[in-house]
Structures are given as structure tokens and as C-alpha cells.
Design a protein around this ligand. Structure first.
Ligand code: PSV
Ligand code: MN
Ligand code: MN
Length: 424
């Protein structure tokens, strides 16, 4: 299914008057509105292939319907999102779930929807059919060099697929760790991981990046070998200029000050980018902004500040991706909500009066500093984000249009009831 531009135009006409009123109201107090709109238009958030199906929990999975059953259909789904919001212009693939049979054809298909290939993801947290060694006790960290070799070879394979598709980064997330004290020698596990990553790093093309993702716990419950940003940064620093630390919002211990982590990683030039999601407890993978929208804003506040200080292009300097997938909502509607929440937080961060904030900080004027941040956060920027969509030829109300068009019903008619998408 494809959403034609004429349908979007017709939808926008119906909402135009109301939108204009809201936009005029909010923008009349913003000096640099055109600059903000341009930044919002350029800002693209990649969609992971594994978020297109209904996720599950370890207790069960309630399959959705009309979900994509092939790489082609996953690309089609992201194409639908991008047609609706013009903000989801890339897809992130997970190997071996998304092995392209013919890279040229897959690339051409993606291009026809205006999509690029974001970071490639390897998978050494599951055993695959026919594989010689098991990852039960880890992969890149494993005590047996044969297992490490197999996991390294897989990552090199993933880089090759990525090169064929025009991707520019490899994300490594490991389930490696231990569940019981005494199970693992921490130093040896870390050193084995470093040596394995060095071999993978050596296979990166010159213009590629290696994103080292960390996660506090789960699936291992006593230690994780890359558990936090310190351990990831240690690895990234030892590996070299092409290695960076990737922040997944759900991968921290409760109440971690993620905005501070982000600020320091940016300062060190070692922030890879983001996996956006939200959570109440741990790696819940809920819709971005669903639980802690203020935290999302504070993160973007640090991002905008840090990127501007370092002269990093907001749209292309870092990797922006959603990593959320759960049991309840239609995955496509859910992804539209995540993208919207991310853009709202970004737009609010662009509104922060940075000169005034600097002044307040210099004067230890804590009350004023809070007022400045909350002035931006409490501004209803939805019409600004909608205007940026309008200027890009997207829908004023992507979720409204998605529902009005009954997209899911059409996908079920095309693909059938059974769901085969791979999710985590
Ligand atoms: C597992 O926690 C995880 O959600 C990580 O965040 C990875 O990025 C993702 O799976 C895909 O492997
Ligand atoms: Mn992640
Ligand atoms: Mn995760």
C-alpha cells in the first residue's frame, strides 16, 4: 500500500484553517521560527525493522495482524510512516532477521519510498539454526575463542550487508554477562570483548562508525559486560575514532540522570546517538514521551546545547532511532506517536533562550534557570511541528490520517491475518 500525495493534500486542506490559527498564535512570539522549522524538517528518526511487529513480553505475545512478513513489507511499512510524517526517512535492519536476498533491489525499493538504511544491527544474543557454537554463555566475551570467532565473523557479515545497502554504521548490543556471582571473571570478559570488538572494528570501512550500546541488566541479572556508559566509553576510547557510545533510554538503572550522561558524552565527542523509548521501570520499550516527557525535553536541551557548542549538524551529526516495541498498540500508530513526541521535545529544546540561561547560570539564579527551561517546555509547540510537516508535504495530523484511511485494515487485506514480523 502507498499513500498518494493527493490524499495527504486533501487531508491537510480540511485542517488548514484550524492549523493556521494555532500556528500564528504560537509562532508570533518566536523570533527564529524559520530556522526552527527548517531544523525540524531536516530532522529524521530511523525506524527499526523489529518495531514493525507487535512486541511481546517473556510471558506472551499477542500477535497483531497484517504485520510485515518480509524485508520488502517492512520497508513498505516505514514508507507509509514516512509518507505520513516525512520524518521517518530511514530503516535500521537486524541481521539475520533482515538478510537482503538482492541488495540492489532492496536499495531501489527503499529509495522509491525516500528511505535510507540507518545503522545495521548484529545479533549474537540468540542461537541461529545451523550455527556451530552456542551463545548461551555469551558471544564476544566468551571463554572459548571459537565462540568469539563465530560472533566476530557474524558482525563482519553484517558490515558486508550494510555496505551493499549504503548503511554507515554498525550497532553492537550484547546480551553478554553473568547471572550469578563467581560465574565470570569480569576483567577477562571485558578484555575478550575488547579484543573481539577490535577485530570487528578493523573491518569497518573508513566512513563507518561503530556504535557500542550498553544496558544495565537483562537478560543477565548479576553482571552485564557492557553495563553502562562508562564501560561503553572505555571500549570506544580504546577502539578508536570510529567508535562511539550509543545511549538507549531504557538501558539505565532507575532515576539515572541521562541528560548529564548525554552532555558529557557529547563533550568528549563520543556520543553515537540514541535509541528512543520510554519506561517506568527498566527496559520497558514504551512509546517515546509516554511516561517522562520532561526528561525527553531535558535530554534534547543538552543535545541542542552540546551540538551547537561543537558545531555538530543536528540532523546528520548523530544517529537518531526509535527502539520501542510492545504488546498493545498498533505498531505503526505507536511509531507515529514516538516520532511526534521526539519532535515535540526537540522543538521545545530549540525554543530555550540559551543566552538568558547562561546568564542565570553565571549568577547562580536557580529560579530564573528553571523558569527559562519550563517556559520552553510548557509551550505548546504542536502547531510548529505540524507546520514543519506541512512544509515537507506530510500530513498535518499523521495519526488522524492513519486511522481515517484504515491503513491496518488494508494491510490485513493485502497480507492476511497472520503475523510473522520478528520482534524482541
Ligand atoms: C535489547 O535490550 C534491545 O532492545 C537493545 O536495545 C537493542 O538495541 C535491541 O534490542 C535490538 O537488538
Ligand atoms: Mn536499543
Ligand atoms: Mn533495549
Amino acid at each position: 500500500m502507498k499513500i498518494e500525495k493527493s490524499i495527504i493534500d486533501q487531508h491537510n486542506q480540511g485542517l488548514q484553517e484550524r492549523h493556521q490559527r494555532a500556528f500564528d498564535f504560537v509562532s508570533s512570539d518566536v523570533d527564529n521560527i524559520d530556522d526552527i522549522l527548517e531544523k525540524l524538517q531536516r530532522f529524521q528518526i530511523a525506524i527499526p525493522s523489529w518495531a514493525l511487529g507487535t512486541g511481546g513480553t517473556r510471558f506472551g505475545r499477542f500477535s497483531g495482524q497484517g504485520e510485515p512478513g518480509s524485508l520488502e513489507q517492512k520497508i513498505e511499512d516505514v514508507g507509509l510512516l514516512h509518507a505520513l510524517n516525512q520524518s521517518s526517512g530511514a530503516i535500521s535492519l537486524h541481521i539475520p532477521w533482515d538478510i537482503p536476498q538482492n541488495a540492489e533491489e532492496i536499495k531501489a525499493l527503499a529509495t522509491s519510498y525516500g528511505l535510507k538504511f540507518d545503522a545495521m544491527n548484529s545479533n549474537t544474543f540468540q542461537d541461529q539454526a545451523g550455527q556451530a557454537y552456542s551463545y548461551k554463555f555469551g558471544s564476544l566475551q566468551h571463554v572459548d575463542p571459537n565462540v568469539r570467532k563465530q560472533a566476530v565473523a557474524h558482525n563482519i557479515e553484517v558490515i558486508k550487508h550494510g555496505i551493499a545497502l549504503g548503511s554507515k554504521a554498525l550497532t553492537v548490543w550484547l546480551a553478554d554477562g553473568s547471572s550469578f556471582p563467581g560465574q565470570l571473571n569480569f576483567r577477562e570478559a571485558f578484555q575478550n570483548t575488547l579484543e573481539s570488538l577490535k577485530e570487528i572494528y578493523a573491518h569497518l570501512p573508513a566512513d563507518w562508525k561503530l556504535f557500542v550500546e550498553y544496558k544495565a541488566f537483562e537478560p543477565n541479572f548479576y553482571s552485564t559486560t557492557i553495563a553502562d556508559w562508562g564501560q561503553s566509553l572505555l571500549l570506544a576510547n580504546k577502539l578508536g575514532d570510529k567508535a562511539y557510545t550509543l545511549v538507549d533510554l531504557g538501558h539505565h538503572l532507575p532515576n539515572a540522570n541521562i541528560e548529564q550522561i548525554v552532555s558529557l558524552l557529547l563533550m568528549e565527542g563520543k556520543l553515537a546517538g540514541f535509541h528512543f523509548n520510554d519506561s517506568k521501570y527498566a527496559d520497558d520499550d514504551l512509546t517515546a514521551g509516554a511516561i517522562r516527557p520532561y526528561q525527553l525535553f531535558l535530554i534534547f536541551n543538552e543535545l541542542v546545547d552540546g551540538m551547537d557548542v561543537r558545531g555538530i549538524d543536528h540532523a546528520t551529526g548523530l544517529g537518531w532511532m526509535i527502539d520501542a516495541s510492545h504488546n498493545l498498540k498498533d505498531p505503526l500508530a505507536d511509531l507515529l506517536q514516538s516520532v511526534e513526541a521526539i519532535k515535540i521535545a526537540y522543538a521545545q529544546a530549540l525554543l530555550v533562550d540559551r543566552t538568558a540561561l547562561k546568564e542565570a547560570q553565571q549568577q547562580n539564579d536557580v529560579v530564573r534557570a528553571q523558569e527559562i527551561l519550563q517556559q520552553a517546555y510548557r509551550t505548546d509547540v504542536r502547531a510548529i511541528v505540524a507546520e514543519s510537516r506541512l512544509r515537507s508535504g506530510a500530513a498535518l495530523d499523521p495519526i488522524g490520517l492513519f486511522r481515517a484511511l484504515d491503513v491496518r485494515k488494508k494491510l490485513i487485506a493485502e497480507r492476511g491475518m497472520n503475523s510473522v514480523a520478528t520482534g524482541l
